[in-house]
Design a protein around this ligand. Sequence first.
Ligand SMILES: Nc1ncnc2c1ncn2[C@@H]1O[C@H](COP(=O)(O)OP(=O)(O)OP(=O)(O)O)[C@@H](O)[C@H]1O
Ligand SMILES: [Mg+2]
Length: 324
Amino acid sequence: MTSIAISTSGLTRDFPSVRAVDDLALEVPAGIVFGFLGPNGSGKTTTVRILLGLVEPSAGSATVLGHDIVNEADAVRAASGALMEQAGLYERLTAEENLLFFGRAAGMRSADIAPRVRELLGPLDLYERRGELVGTWSRGMKQRLAVARALIHRPRMLFLDEPTAGLDPIAAAELRDDLEKLVREDGVTVFINTHHLAEAERLCDLVGVIRRGRLIAFGHPDEVRGRVGKRRLEVVGAGISNELVAEIDALSHVQSAVLDKGRLRADLTQAARIPDIVRLLVDRGVDIEEVRRGSESLEEAFLALLEGADEAGLEIAQEDPDAR
Ligand SMILES: Nc1ncnc2c1ncn2[C@@H]1O[C@H](COP(=O)(O)OP(=O)(O)OP(=O)(O)O)[C@@H](O)[C@H]1O
Ligand SMILES: [Mg+2]
């Protein structure tokens, strides 16, 4: 039996002008990396703040590692590490002093902290630099240190709120690699907020998509992408006629095909075979100059999911796994 790390039911939070979290029902199995995906203002941070007992829910309930988030908030916080939107480091202390401080604050003995500092900073390539003032560090280094800080007391639950926000693409990729190394240890459960679908795909075993406080999709990243993830084909060449485009548009695995400034642009289902379509074009006498293919970018798929949520009636995938 898989145990459940996080369970929420009807979880709701109203602010004066907005319902930030709306009837959220979520179950996150223990020991996995869960990605909570949503655009700005969708309720990700508020959800984590509720789970950590920093904000009270207006309605509904939740448990983290079996502890009720309202009545047992202290137990939740003791068992959790969190990296919120602010890194929360002391800039005038060294990296090591920061970790000592936070380790002590979490109730660790100093003698246990030193080996833990080495264990965490080693893989992050920061151990040799542990004596430097954090204020002199780059944002990427600080963010890596903030992850170490969140893990210092070996929490069984780790919350990461947009850990790569504000990092350049290289620093972000490095941090993702580091997270991968760190969070796979000890069966820690990770709840990571992000609006970056590629990041979720890289790190997460399971994702939930939140939009205006409501969960609109839940599943493996591939599944979530597959629900909307179209593949796209673009062909540049001479002799692409409207009739030919209409013929392609009618193929069963083609969702839509249009002629745009002489080029064919088609959205395909996952099952479509691009070589077959190219062959058809060649057979019909098209003089092909360029074929551009590729899955629709993950970002696009994510946006489509968010935009289409209303019309497509995409409710919670958990409850309706056959909905396509
Ligand atoms: N303390 C608060 N008081 C009033 N409104 C709030 C408060 N905290 C959050 N909100 C509102 O709740 C909604 C959700 O905000 P939240 O910060 O949870 O979103 P988010 O998904 O984390 O966004 P981002 O990606 O920008 O971090 C927003 O409309 C926000 O303005
Ligand atoms: Mg946020």
